[in-house]
Design a protein around this ligand. Sequence first.
Ligand code: GLC
Length: 821
Amino acid sequence: MEELDKQNKEISDISTGEVVEEIVQHLNNPVSGPKPIVKKYLSTVEQVYTESNKFYFSDGDARVEIRVVSDEIIRVRLAPHGVFLDDFSYAVPVVDQKVTTFKMEEQEACYSVSTNTITCKVRKSDFHISFTDNQNQMVMSEDESPMHWEENIEFGGYYVYATKKCLPDENFYGLGDKSGNMNLRGRHFQNWNTDAYSFGWDQDPLYRTIPFYTGVHQGAAYGIFFDNTFRSYFDFGKEDSAKTSFWADGGELQYYYIHGPHLMDVVKRYQSLTGTHPMPPKWALGYHQCRWSYYPEQKVKEIADGFRSRNIPCDAIYLDIDYMDGYRCFTWNKNHFPDPKRMIKELANDGFKTVVMIDPGIKVDDNYWVFKEGKANNYFCRRSDDYFMEGHVWPGRCQFPDFTNPTVREWWGKLYKELVDIGVAGVWNDMNEPAVFGSGTFPNDVRHNYDGYRGSHRKAHNVYGMQMVRSTYDGLKKLMRNKRPFTITRAGYSGMQRYGCVWTGDNVATWEHLKIGNIQCQRMSISGVPFCGTDIGGFSGEPDGELFTRWIQLGTFSPFMRAHSAGDTAEREPWSFGEPYTSINRTYIELRYRLMPYLYSVFWEHHRYGFPILRPLVMLEQENSSNSYRQDEFTFGDKILVCPVLEQGAVSRMVYLPKGKWYNFWTHEVLNGESEHNIKAPLAQMPLFVRAGAVIPEYPVMQYVGEKNVDEVLLNVYYADYEVNSFLFEDHGDTFAYEQDIYSEKKFSVKGTEYQLTIEQSVDGLYTPNYEWYEYNIIGLPFNVNKITVDDKDVVDYQLDENSCLHFRSNKNFTSIKIYN
Ligand code: GLC
């Protein structure tokens, strides 16, 4: 009977328009191979058994594993004919986390696997899986149809599908590197890492694959991480407004349900699976100047001098591909750079770090040592019939290391030795989708080691770039004797944040791209990839002074701040557009350096606790997720709200302020949250707001990180009539000593009344900063000051400035300050 039902289902599938369309599609697109036409669905649950934290359900043929990962995370896997694939993931190094309790119970209609927080139900009659919040019994995510699959005749394995209900009020966020609106509802996406030069507003796919999204309905959020490296697809109610589906061209149907109910919790838990970004070297948070390419040496020096002579801070200068000899990685063009070691040293003496590009394509040239080594050791990728994978990139005909082979990664990591020895401070990995001229990327039949779990390029494509930057990061870490490496990658997959930062690729110098980049960085941030930036000014095309300056302003609050442009564009340095642009650009870059202790503390909050760095408005007020129309505002950390100006000629803009009170950063005016305001935004002023009660630490302006000893830290304290905590993280800035608790994490707690303001400090960690003093700038006090005490001792020396801000100093070791009326 059941068999009959199954067959009926299969037959009804064959007759749907959907399948006919797929057949036509596949005839038109023979690269992805002929697909069989029958989708099979899980039917009724017939067998159940348990193995510690894993629960198995079978319909007699297919099996499903439900694994309790933590109190808030459950993993689901499907084995169409009962045999699971090897449990290996590049994204999730360790699956099991701490679980307090879990159990399975049988009810009349379903089996339920529950932890303290959530329950996963498997319905007996049709194998529908759902996830419920134990506290309020709210169903967070529920199958619309059972998991299903189709056999893949050509490659073996299955095309795998999951279809969930999409609720009428549900909105979707995440998916990493996507362009277009923040809310993903009503759209369809594909993940296939692609060199997307000059991409457009809605273009898809782009450079990176992050198959993780969050759904928000009735104010509650959950996440789904579909850990599948094959070409994958997501549909958020586009094909059918009642369905959210995700599927892939191969691999296992394996996903994690990640509970909220707050969006922030979902992101933090996703980071607990895939890891956070390691602390970057502090200089990496400075301003970076790049171009394709600065050469010869004289030009590089001119640029460096240009910064110093104009007092515009800058920490890093980049060498794009033209520093190499015929684009051969790990070589130098000695005509342009006769003595790179000397040049890098001179730049370093002037406070500049040198970052160089390294691409994956290795020139086929028997006189080139990297090619010879790779060839001799069989490190390059091969086609199915053992031919080498060859393709044209910058150097001409190239072969490509298989970075999914641990031995190759080890070798590649060591290739950086000479670059590190001569003082190179950071490495930029590009073209690692992998990009190939003409064909776009490798053909599907290229073979990969995949860390011993072998696969074709269909399986390895989306992780190729991530494994490249992994080998770069690990190699540099060893070569730099445990100093923090700085690496950038263009392509990546979930978990890439453990190995490097990203830029959004080849954007365009248009106002539209300023908008795209703004959303892209926020989206990356809530998709687990926090250290992200755009090519400030746009890679191709020509910005005018206004666009460039507005981009610098947004870039001041991008986790990664780098200007970059293509070689055929006009000069693109912060001074290239003359006044008033140069001065405004300087002010913002200086602001970045003034705020360095704040930005660095936000990075720590990310690294240590998994908080995203940029937080879109919807994350602050998810109960009102329709508010996501205000997708152009975000907070950096949780104290500074950034409302960039994204319209040409604008001199004001509407902003929405979230709950609480906010200070206009420029005027100190206090504004009420949960309301909209029209804010002046002349070219020199990007609207910025500080949360009332915040303590924003500042260092003196420096031309580069570490230029000056900090003798005193300025604490900007923004009065509030409620209690707010702020954090200041400090450490050596370039080692991994923080892993041994060698850091200082200070908590400032600010609480005001009508007559008094109290600031309390507590300190954690084993690092002692060199400075002794804090200088206070107390903003917005609603009363006249009659008395100040620091740890009960009176402060005699205090003044009000022309803006009515209160100034005084204290030793950094205070525990309690009181300011009285
Ligand atoms: C790619 C990169 C770009 C780089 C260029 C030359 O287009 O995305 O940033 O400048 O290659 O290396």
